[in-house]
Design a protein around this ligand. Structure first.
Ligand code: GPQ
Length: 844
């Protein structure tokens, strides 16, 4: 018996001991095999789309080898792992990223070329998974790329929404949302793990009972149980063998679900109830200005947290009992990062596991929990801070509500000790807001249950400490740190901008991709006219490509020699797309009134605006309407022909960003100071050789420090002035700038149409000089000043190019590689664990 077993093992080992070959002929064989056996298509009658599928599967095979090796290795080593919990991952397309990170781009391109296909065409067949809203979700994906690239043992955990971010179309000048069913053609990048499923309970009640020693214990029972099904996506690193995992959960009915109804003969009712289980993970919620307590959203959060913690717990428990490992060692093996408060219900959930299942005493459980979790805050805007009604949590998660109350009770005792009878402090620090109904403040819970809380840019962290959590800061001064955001140079330079990437590689070799500091020496080349020439040629290539894209997909002609100005991000009042539009309307007025002499001095501009408005956010949708209307009028006015084009590009997403960003000369990051936590688009633009018009907000401030004041066009009130300006305007309304007055007058007069619902008036009424919350009117004059400076600078081509070179090559600290090294050192205490593959395939 034992002998047989050994023989089996040996044979299995032999059978699986070689890696897939990666020469061109082998890749071709693999492509054709996938066409025939995976897709079950005839081999010679193919369209690009089936070849996309086949290529993806062929690449996936190669990812899987590395993935299983990496996972096996880190399990063997018992390494500490990072778990990045996020309700959003804005992954973007995978094929280009995968072939590039695997170092197989050239081989696949050649393999395909020889059989009549173009890798680029095939790549554009891929439908991108849009499982995120914007910055927060994209940051999570940049982090996963870096974590793999730097060989950290790390997994991302999230939700496999059936419907991602909606598809935005413009119909009759308005945003219309269409469902994004991204799985229509299947998803070759994921592996369904039928062996990884967990039950997740909702509703029910808490039973209190005594153990034989007389201790009171609690059990959460009854309610509904749904199953969480794991789907895994390999995350390859660049220039390393290491391949990490992103595990997304999908809900499905459990066997027990509503067995009672079935048995009671209510067959159809029971089937309907089962169907409802699947709805938990059906749709991503757009982050709205007013996201009031949506029960399904809370269900999503708990569902994903519960499955994730069971999974982490199971993996960790394999070590418990081995050697001297006990539950207390969990923080030595597990670091959980909460991406905003969306997964913060994980704190009471881990407590529940440790108390009710593991039966640890409270203090021990609490110590473990606090050492495991860290929390990243991404906003200080009060309307965006999550709160859940106590009655809703009580109904859905009765045991968690008890635990939250207990956490709060013990915490408030500490507050009482530190500040005796300070009821004001007590009520502001409490997890429970004493409103009607009472609310659970998820940010307070996250702060109390984490060992470290970080903001995402220096100014944001400063405001976080001074405005949002000042009392917590007094209590735990060490807990609050800054980790400025970053973006991955793999996707945002190497893949998105091959023209610039090849210049970099030509200058300093390929090492810059994983070490952006190596670009620093190129700064001196800003003085070299020949180098500037090459730099401009790369930018021109990208602008030309965008111009062609705009013509092909929107039938709009733009001049690639014009200044390309972009503002591409979610539509939000605080991001002030309205300021941009008012600036454009002002320019339009100037153009129509200009003499031929004046026209000659004007800089031809193409203004590109893109971004989605949350479906329920009226002001944001009004703004989209206004941009479209301005674009209509301006683009068809002969007076603007060579001087101004305005384009609203619909359905902004990662793939579009990859086309737009490399083609930009100027990008606008013009939020009201103090309101944009960081911004990450700003970083991508400068890395790609564009300059910023921006406010002193978020990471703009640090970018300016890094690239030099002379390379950025800044304007507007500073964060520490905003409150006073707002206070003053209420009783002493400022005079409105005449240019703003004229621009607003043109809009009100109906030059851009007069929508029945008064949409434009609603937008303009919000900049009433007495209650100009976003300081649009206040900042307008200095905004025009910054734009004018940018225009003036653009006219000196050589100097302009020098600025772009200097700026782009000063951006190393905005690589997510730097960001993740800081998280690893200051928060997670984890080390890289590179897996070195055997040199010979037969040694696997
Ligand atoms: N951000 Cl709270 C989001 O994209 N979604 C959110 O729900 C919250 C924040 C953004 C934030 O607005 C940007 O300033 C940041 O750059 C980004 O998160 C990543 O930190």
């Amino acid at each position: 018996m034992g002998v047989d077993h050994l023989a089996h093992k040996e044979l299995l080992w032999k059978l699986s001991s070689t890696y897939l070959p990666n020469d061109v002929a082998s890749l071709q064989r693999s492509l054709v095999r996938h066409v025939e056996y995976t897709l079950a298509r005839r081999r010679y009658k193919l369209d690009t789309s089936s070849f996309y599928q086949a290529t993806a599967h062929s690449v996936r095979d190669r990812l899987i080898e590395r993935w299983t090796d990496t996972q096996q290795y880190s399990a063997k080593k018992g390494a500490k792992k990072v778990y990045y919990l996020s309700l959003e991952f804005l992954i973007g397309r995978s094929l280009g990223n995968a072939v590039s990170n695997l170092g197989l781009r050239g081989a696949y391109a050649e393999a395909l070329r020889q059989i009549g296909y173009d890798l680029e065409d095939i790549m554009s067949e891929e439908k991108e998974p849009a499982l995120g809203n914007g910055g927060l979700g994209r940051l999570a994906s940049c982090f996963l790329d870096t974590l793999a690239t730097q060989n950290y043992p790390a997994w991302g955990y999230g939700i496999r929404y059936k419907y991602g971010m909606f598809e935005q179309r413009i119909v009759n000048g308005k945003q219309v949302e269409f469902p994004d069913y991204w799985l229509t053609d299947g998803n070759p990048w994921e592996v369904e793990r039928l062996d990884v499923q967990y039950p997740v309970r909702l509703f029910g009640h808490v039973r209190e009972f005594q153990d034989p020693d007389g201790n009171t214990l609690y059990a959460w029972e009854g309610g509904e149980v749904v199953m969480a099904q794991a789907y895994d996506t390999p995350i390859p690193g660049y220039g390393t063998y290491n391949t990490n995992n992103m595990r997304l959960w999908s809900s499905k009915p459990s066997h027990e679900f509503n067995l009672a109804s079935f048995n009671a003969g209510n067959y159809y009712g029971a089937v309907e109830a089962k169907e409802r289980c699947e709805s938990i993970t059906s749709v991503l919620y757009p982050n709205d200005a007013t996201e009031e307590g949506k029960r399904l959203r809370l269900k999503q959060q708990y569902f994903f947290v519960s499955a994730t913690l069971q999974d982490i717990y199971r993996r960790f428990k394999k070590n418990v009992g081995r050697g001297s490992t006990t539950m207390k060692n969990m923080p030595d093996k597990v670091a959980i990062q909460l991406n905003d408060t969306h997964p913060a219900i994980a704190i009471p959930e881990l407590m529940r596991l440790l108390l009710d299942i593991e039966r640890l005493p409270w203090d021990e459980a609490w110590e473990i929990t606090r050492k495991v979790f860290a929390y990243t805050n991404h906003t200080i805007l009060p309307e965006a801070l999550e709160k859940w009604p106590v009655p809703m949590i009580t109904e859905l998660l009765p045991r968690h509500m008890q635990i939250i109350y207990e956490i709060n009770h013990r915490f408030l005792l500490e507050v009482q000790k530190m500040w005796p009878n300070d009821t004001a402090r007590m009520s502001s620090m409490s997890i429970i807001e004493e409103s009607s109904p009472k609310m659970v403040r998820m940010s307070n819970l996250a702060v109390i249950g984490s060992h470290t809380v970080n903001g995402v840019a220096m100014i944001h962290t400063k405001l976080l400490k001074s405005l949002l959590f000042p009392d917590f800061l007094l209590m735990w001064p060490e807990k609050f740190i800054n980790v400025t955001n970053g973006v991955t140079p793999r996707r945002w330079l190497l893949q998105a901008n091959p023209a610039l990437a090849s210049i970099y590689t030509g200058m300093v070799g390929p090492g810059w991709v994983n070490d952006l500091k190596r670009l620093e020496p190129i700064k001196t080349m800003a003085q070299d006219p020949q180098f500037r020439q090459r730099w401009r040629a790369a930018k021109q290539t990208n602008k030309q490509a965008l111009a062609e894209w705009l013509y092909r997909s929107m039938n709009i002609r733009v001049d690639p020699n014009a200044l390309f100005d972009m503002q591409i991000k979610r539509i939000h009042e605080y991001k002030r797309q309205l300021l941009n539009v008012l600036g454009i309307v002002h320019r339009y007025a100037e153009i129509t009134q200009a003499t031929p002499e004046q026209r000659k001095t004007m800089v031809p501009r193409v203004h590109i605006i893109a971004g989605k408005a949350a479906p329920g956010y009226v002001m944001a949708k009004n703004l989209v309407m206004l941009v479209c209307a301005v674009s209509e009028v301006v683009n068809s006015d002969a007076a603007c022909r060579d001087l101004l084009k305005v384009v609203f590009v619909p359905n902004f997403n990662v793939s579009l960003a990859e086309i737009l960003i490399p083609a930009s000369d100027i990008s606008q990051h013009i939020s009201t100071a103090g309101m944009e936590a960081s911004g990450t688009g700003n970083m991508k633009f400068v890395m790609n050789g564009g300059l910023i018009v921006g406010t002193m907000d978020g990471a703009n401030i640090e970018i300016e420090q890094a690239i030099g004041e002379h390379n950025m066009f800044t304007f507007g009130a500073k964060a520490d002035q905003v409150a006073a300006i707002r206070r003053k305007m209420a009783h002493d309304p400022p005079k409105i700038d005449p240019r703003l007055h004229r621009a607003m007058g043109m809009i009100r007069a109906g030059i851009f149409g007069k929508p029945d619902d008064g949409a434009y008036n609603q937008l303009l009424d919000a900049i009433d000089p007495r209650k100009d919350v976003y300081l649009t009117a206040h900042d307008f004059p200095s905004y025009l000043g910054a734009i004018a400076e940018a225009d003036a600078a653009y006219q000196y081509e050589e100097k302009w190019t020098a600025k772009c070179i200097e700026a782009a090559c000063s951006m190393w600290m905005f690589s997510s590689d730097r960001t993740i090294r800081e998280y690893a050192a200051k928060i997670w205490n984890v080390e890289p664990l590179p897996f070195r593959p055997p040199r010979h395939h037969s040694e696997r």
